[in-house]
Design a protein around this ligand. Structure first.
Ligand SMILES: Nc1ncnc2c1ncn2[C@@H]1O[C@H](COP(=O)(O)OP(=O)(O)OP(=O)(O)O)[C@@H](O)[C@H]1O
Ligand SMILES: [Mg+2]
Length: 258
């Protein structure tokens, strides 16, 4: 069976600065893959190459291939907008559209694609909010602004917005770093549920979180400041945290550097 995502020889630049170099790995369907590594090693950059967001940054350029179910996202004629619909993203800081209601926040992506029937909209919004474990908290105030929710609720709103368009892959860049421990656990539980339907890649600085939520963990590092980040190893999460193959991984997860 094809791997859901198959990345080969991926290098990404900001202008002349090479941020990550020659990354090859696969991501399995219906699983959670965690990206860990010290600040600046290129985790966010790499994540953004997986849905063609990297090239939105001025000077952003990518070499190599990213196959999603055997189709190269960087192939000729591939529309980046379609890619971003298929590979959704949740950011570090919850970023609901501030002037929009809770309902409209979740409906935003659907309205943009027009990929629904009018009478289905309310149903999809409810299903997405339920999927994000937020429905019970907001069902009586769907027409209130999304910005009126707590940080943890806003992040779940952003997850509801992301899953409303039924992406195949969900990328999450430190989705809990702005959240308190309770909201963090809520998001972690949610990730465990979402992986039944979606393929998830999450960047985290929290080693316990990587160990709790992910099936596989990839460790990234740079050989020196200013050098490009590289994938050091990827393996079953249990193995990475008990008996990694590379000394640098062991040093990082045990807090000896980074
Ligand atoms: N918009 C940008 N323009 C130029 N260089 C950038 C830009 N964003 C990131 N970089 C550089 O690319 C490299 C990788 O950055 P990136 O943000 O991907 O690292 P990271 O592993 O996500 O770090 P952190 O853990 O701090 O979030 C760094 O050297 C960074 O300075
Ligand atoms: Mg980052």
């Amino acid at each position: 069976m094809a791997k859901r995502i198959d990345i080969g020889g991926l290098t990404a630049y900001y202008g002349s600065h090479k941020a990550i170099e020659d990354i090859s790995m696969t991501v399995e369907p219906r699983s959670v893959t965690a990206f860990i590594g010290p600040s600046g090693c290129g985790k966010s950059t790499f994540l953004r190459t997986l849905n063609r967001m990297h090239e939105v940054t001025p000077g952003g350029r990518v070499e190599g291939k990213v196959l999603l179910d055997d189709e190269n996202l960087y192939g000729p004629g591939v529309d980046p907008v379609t890619v971003r619909r298929t590979v959704g993203m949740v950011f570090q800081r919850p970023n609901p559209f501030p002037t929009m209601s809770i309902f409209d926040n979740v409906a935003a992506g659907l309205r943009l694609n027009g990929s629904y029937r009018k009478n289905q909209l309310a149903e999809i919004v409810e299903k997405s909010l339920r999927g994000a474990n937020l429905w019970n908290e907001v069902k009586d105030r769907l027409n209130k602004p999304g910005s009126g929710l707590s940080g943890g609720q806003q992040q779940r709103l952003c997850i509801a917005r992301a899953i409303a368009v039924e992406p195949q892959v969900l990328l999450m860049d430190e989705p809990c770093s702005a959240l308190d421990p309770i909201s963090t656990l809520a998001i972690e539980d949610l990730i465990g549920e979402l992986k039944e339907r979606f393929t998830i890649v999450i960047v985290t600085h929290n080693m316990q979180q990587a160990a709790r939520v992910s099936d596989r963990t990839a460790f990234f590092n740079l050989s020196a400041v200013g050098k490009p980040g590289r994938l050091i190893e990827i393996d079953e999460t249990e193995r990475i945290f008990s008996n990694p193959s590379v000394q640098a991984t062991e040093d990082y997860i045990s807090g000896r550097f980074g």
